[in-house]
Design a protein around this ligand. Structure first.
Ligand SMILES: C[S@@+](CC[C@H](N)C(=O)[O-])C[C@H]1O[C@@H](n2cnc3c(N)ncnc32)[C@H](O)[C@@H]1O
Length: 446
């Protein structure tokens, strides 16, 4: 790997996708998702059909173990239960497409966020997982974004890229407990219940915490015994894939590896889960997380003008927005979070990207008495998925209202967020994207 800029990898890849899109998809198709595992798999929809596109380039091995063929085979197996009406084709050399029906409904993520996921739906979920397991299907990525409650109150799973067809017992262990002899899984029924009970209060929450603690220890132990070989392979990959130990590229990747380890360990992400907030992909090197950074970035890049402006990122987590906007020409960026570990991770990432002039500040908006004065005087402010976590929301909103340009993502509906932002003086609103979590990314100006 030569020492090229990490930004350049992003730009070249996105140009490749833009060209493919122009050649093969009509205007009405919008990008709705990028895989957390690789930026080479993206999902587009025209509101009726879903087009999952995989770029395999000239790598013939990729075809052999193609995730899309895998998913296609699983969808065919499920055909009598849910008719996805799947079609698999290679549209151009190097580009394969899995086309299927778009499922309509609300994701469990969105239901949970709006506190409308109830025990009845959880019961239906368990029943549906039993049905899936009975067919010997291990889903492999049961995150809340991959499960839908349809209008007819049925639970449906999608995104079967990492699924496998196996025996009932294996499938049950995989779907319920993320225990599997073949793969390391992160999401299963237990992680869904953990997210659900974290939102509850009182005894049930405390009881589940204990259950979940015992479960994670047991799962890690069993998985470690089962997958000892795989872990060794993973460690070797990090230190050797196409890299020379003395090259700056190696240094960058080593910094990112460290940063992702710290982020996975921090409490600034899903409570109790050992996973970083953002996933990022540099072709040969992939860093896993809850959400793909590139999807977020593509919605923002070029839409807001940062040249010669001072940018403030509130609740910055891994600081990626500040890093990318600094590269787009912001005079300075200030990135603020109350989690020391995540700030350490953000600093390492900015070093890997070789971006200077970012000030990282450790501030808690609920505890620090005069935090407003410490971060006064910026032109553009961002507050993405932060307000929900802060107790004194009025104070935070009043501070946001001092700025002329705001990038905002809340947890409520677009209409409710607009009412909120109008109260603090914003007049013009533009939706930059609806995220894979069903939230609008809003660009607000005065
Ligand atoms: C869900 S993450 C969002 C990350 C980032 N803004 C994004 O969406 O790309 C929320 C972040 O806000 C930070 N945060 C939560 N409460 C905070 C507080 N009271 N003061 C400062 N930061 C806080 C968390 O540590 C976490 O990094």
């Amino acid at each position: 790997m030569e020492n090229i800029s990490l930004f350049k990898i992003f730009d070249e890849r996105n140009q490749l996708w833009e060209d493919f899109r122009k050649r093969n998809l009509t205007q009405e198709f919008e990008l709705i998702s990028i895989s957390k595992f690789t930026s080479n798999r993206r999902v587009f929809t025209n509101g009726k059909r879903v087009f999952k596109v995989n770029y395999v380039g000239s790598n013939k091995n990729e075809y052999k173990k193609s995730k899309l063929i895998n998913e296609y085979e699983i969808l065919i197996r499920l055909n009598d239960k849910i008719n996805f009406n799947p079609l698999y084709k290679t549209v151009e050399p190097g580009w394969e497409v899995l086309e299927m029906k778009l499922l309509k409904g609300e994701t469990l993520f969105s239901l949970m966020q709006h506190n409308i996921l109830n025990k009845i739906s959880l019961f239906v979920l368990v029943k549906s997982l039993w049905m899936l397991s009975k067919r010997g299907i291990c889903h492999g990525d049961l995150s809340l974004e991959n499960i839908i409650l349809t209008e007819s109150k049925e639970i449906c799973f999608f995104d079967y890229e990492d699924s496998s067809h196996t025996g009932i017992i294996n499938a049950l262990f995989c779907n319920l407990f993320a225990i599997s002899p073949n793969k390391v899984h992160d999401f299963c029924l237990m992680t869904i219940l953990n997210a659900y009970f974290s939102e509850e209060s009182g005894f049930s929450r405390k009881l589940f915490r204990v259950v979940y603690w015992i479960y994670t220890k047991a799962r890690n132990l069993v998985n470690r015994i089962l997958i000892v070989k795989r872990i060794n392979i993973k460690i070797n990959n990090i230190s050797t894939i196409g890299m020379d130990n003395d090259s700056p590229s190696y240094e960058k990747i080593a910094k990112l590896t460290k940063a992702w380890e710290i982020a996975s360990d921090s409490d600034a992400n899903s409570p109790g889960e050992s996973i970083a907030y953002y996933a990022i992909d540099f072709n040969n090197q992939k860093f896993f997380g809850e959400r793909p950074w590139e999807l977020r970035w593509l919605a923002i890049k070029g839409k807001i003008k940062v040249e010669n402006k001072k940018f403030l990122e509130m609740g910055c987590n891994m600081g990626l927005l500040s890093i990318f906007l600094k590269n787009e020409g912001a005079i300075s960026c200030t990135a603020v979070d109350h989690d020391k570990k995540i700030l350490e991770s953000a600093k390492l990432i900015s070093e890997a990207f070789q971006v200077q002039d970012i000030t990282f500040l450790d501030i808690d908006f609920d505890v620090d008495p005069g935090w407003e004065l410490k971060i006064d005087g910026h032109d553009i402010v961002s507050c993405l998925s932060v307000i929900n976590w802060v107790k004194d929301k009025e104070r935070l909103l009043n501070f946001l209202g001092k700025h002329n340009e705001l990038l905002f993502e809340g947890h409520d509906s677009y209409e409710m967020e607009v009412v909120r932002l109008k109260k603090i003086g914003f007049k013009n609103f533009q939706i930059l994207m609806k995220s894979e979590r069903g939230r609008e990314l809003i660009w607000a100006t005065k």
